[in-house]
Write a new protein. Structure first.
Length: 151
């Protein structure tokens, strides 16, 4: 795990942990495939804010369904999630074989239905894409957050 990316376990509902106020630990990077030397890969980062706190349970169910879909997604190299539920902020960071693989994932159930069903409960979303190679290593949250902030 890149420097500054390690997280420890906290319970979202443990009011004695700093995670209760600051967020929950990042989901550890889940690898589905290794990047091959010389190949280009697509990175996608997203910021998914909820419009209101009462949407948290619905959003959590959607995340669970999408994670099941990710477990069988063709062309996925790996992914991680970041959450600050009390701030209603959620982020994704993923690496894909190419734009086609990402597009195929987004157009399949349950993701395609979830995008439509969550639209009314979302605040303004933000998505950024960039390319990496195996030599670049796995993308970091620091880089993703900077890219989301600037574009």
């Amino acid at each position: 795990m890149p420097a500054g990316e390690a997280q420890t376990g906290f319970s979202l509902f443990d009011s004695h942990s700093s995670a209760y106020l600051l967020g929950v630990p990042n989901l550890p990077w889940t690898s589905r495939a290794e990047m091959e030397a010389g190949a280009n890969y697509l990175v996608m980062a997203s910021h998914l804010p909820l419009a209101k706190m009462s949407s948290t349970v619905q959003f959590g169910r959607a995340v669970s369904a999408v994670r099941k879909q990710l477990a069988r997604a063709d062309g996925l190299i790996g992914y991680t999630l970041r959450a600050k539920p009390l701030a209603r902020d959620y982020w994704t960071l993923s690496v894909w074989k190419d734009q086609g693989a990402l597009g195929d994932f987004m157009r399949k159930a349950p993701h395609v239905e979830i995008m439509s069903s969550l639209k009314p409960i979302m605040g303004p979303t933000n998505f950024v894409h960039w390319e990496i190679t195996a030599a670049d290593g796995r993308p970091t949250w620091t880089d993703a957050m900077a890219r989301l902030a600037s574009g």
